[in-house]
Design a protein around this ligand. Structure first.
Ligand code: NDP
Ligand code: MG
Length: 385
């Protein structure tokens, strides 16, 4: 039996993780966590019978606790940040899937590693802000860190059986999002509903906006830097609009390895759960090679999509700068999603927050959270909110 805990079980990655788990009686879910969607969490609890659920929102947690009591469901309900860490460290679990969105993922990931759990990491914000804390801790505790993000899963698969010294370059692919080919002027007038239409992937709202602005790729470059211990100079981004090549590794002898497949997140999720074993998912996950007419590769336009350029700059600067980049983005994306600011305001807000920041080297968790607050306040102040 494999015992797991899933943080963010009601989201896009969380529900797809449960799709994988549902098919295999080898898995037993011990804990689930969400922010406030108790309707879905209740259904998941009925099906998977976890010992504990966390509802971050305290009011909603009380509501669910009352329902469980009335129905005689034997499941503890916890809430808030301490509840999320409780779910991450639930006794008996071997693996914690971190699929919450945003920097809220940092503390429970650290708690899970300290408790000796292997981590399947979808949440990229955690490594971006706290990679310098997480990576040494993973080593110290001797646990496994398994990437779920499709590009990082692709690189992880390409690196299987290879030596670190043999790697020349990591090549992260990007779809380019719905606005690929747009000019700066055109980007100024895009609407929320257009930004939410990703051409190839179906994902949560925040990452869909990040993909449209290419901030997602900025975050992923930093994620790759930490996961694979590769310098920023040796990480390249190429646009691959069909999303067939999920990423590549160039080796010192000139050999290039790529991982290809249909854009279906269940494949990287499954690899994170079973690696190095592979399991059949469904006919839908099988690529139809005869239908692929061509695979295009091109350099990204970082003058138009400044989100990527700023991400690489934040990563190279290091210290607290990636946190500022990420937190300013989280705040600005929330404002864009609620219709309060325009699309190009997102990267302008990030740029402003990074400029205003006084850098801290090797920030501890407290200093990361301070940099987060500072960046969020900067963005709110900029738009008088
Ligand atoms: P969604 O918005 O679909 O889901 C987010 C999940 O996190 C929900 O279950 C939500 O609960 C929960 N959540 C949010 N805040 C909290 C909190 N404070 N405490 C507990 N739970 C919380 O996001 P995605 O699944 O798309 O993305 C999750 C992470 O994975 C992100 O970091 C993203 O960048 C990354 N990722 C996603 C990919 C994808 O294909 N979707 C691909 C690669 C990476 P509720 O439903 O109650 O709000
Ligand atoms: Mg990705």
């Amino acid at each position: 039996m494999r015992y797991i805990s899933i943080l963010g079980s009601t989201g896009s990655i969380g529900t797809q993780t449960l799709d994988v788990v549902r098919r295999d009686s080898e898995f037993k879910v011990l804990a689930l966590a969400a922010y406030s969607n108790i309707e879905l969490l209740k259904k998941q609890a009925e099906e998977f019978k976890p010992r504990l659920v966390c509802v971050y929102d305290r009011k909603k947690a009380e509501e669910l606790s009352e329902i469980f009591k009335a129905e005689g469901t034997d499941c503890t309900v916890v809430s808030g940040p301490e509840g999320l860490s409780e779910a991450a460290t639930v006794e008996g679990a071997d693996l914690t899937v971190v699929a919450v969105v945003g920097m809220i993922g940092i503390a429970p990931t650290i708690a899970a590693i300290n408790a000796g759990k292997d981590i399947a990491l979808a949440n990229k914000e955690t490594l971006v802000c706290a990679g310098h804390i997480i990576m040494p801790l993973i080593k110290e505790k001797g646990v496994r860190l398994l990437p779920v993000d499709s590009e990082h899963s692709a690189i992880f698969q390409c690196l299987a059986g290879e030596e670190h010294e043999s790697v020349s370059k990591l090549i992260l692919t990007a779809s380019g999002g719905p606005f690929r080919g747009y000019t700066k002027e055109m980007l100024k007038n895009v609407k929320l509903e257009d930004a939410l239409k990703h051409p190839n992937w179906s994902m949560g709202k925040k990452i869909t906006i990040d993909s449209a602005s290419m901030v997602n790729k900025g975050l992923e470059v930093m994620e790759a830097h930490w996961l694979f211990d590769v310098n920023y100079e040796d990480i390249e981004v190429l646009v691959q609009p069909e999303s067939i090549i999920h990423s590549m590794v160039l080796f010192k002898d000139g050999a290039l390895k790529a991982q290809l497949g249909v854009p279906d997140m269940r494949i990287p999720i499954e690899y994170a759960l079973y690696a190095p074993r592979r399991v059949f998912i469904s006919e839908d996950s099988m690529p139809d090679l005869s239908a692929i007419k061509c695979i295009n590769l091109m350099k990204p336009d970082t003058e138009v999509f400044e989100g990527l350029k700023l991400g690489i700059e934040a990563g190279m600067t290091g210290g607290s700068m990636p946190t500022v980049y990420n937190a300013a983005n989280e705040e600005a994306v929330a404002l864009f999603l609620s219709g309060k600011i325009g699309f190009t305001d997102i990267t302008e807000a990030i740029k402003g927050a990074m400029k205003a920041h006084s850098l801290k080297f090797e920030p501890c968790l407290e200093e990361i959270l301070e940099a987060e607050t500072e960046a969020r306040n900067y963005v709110k102040g900029r738009f008088n909110i």
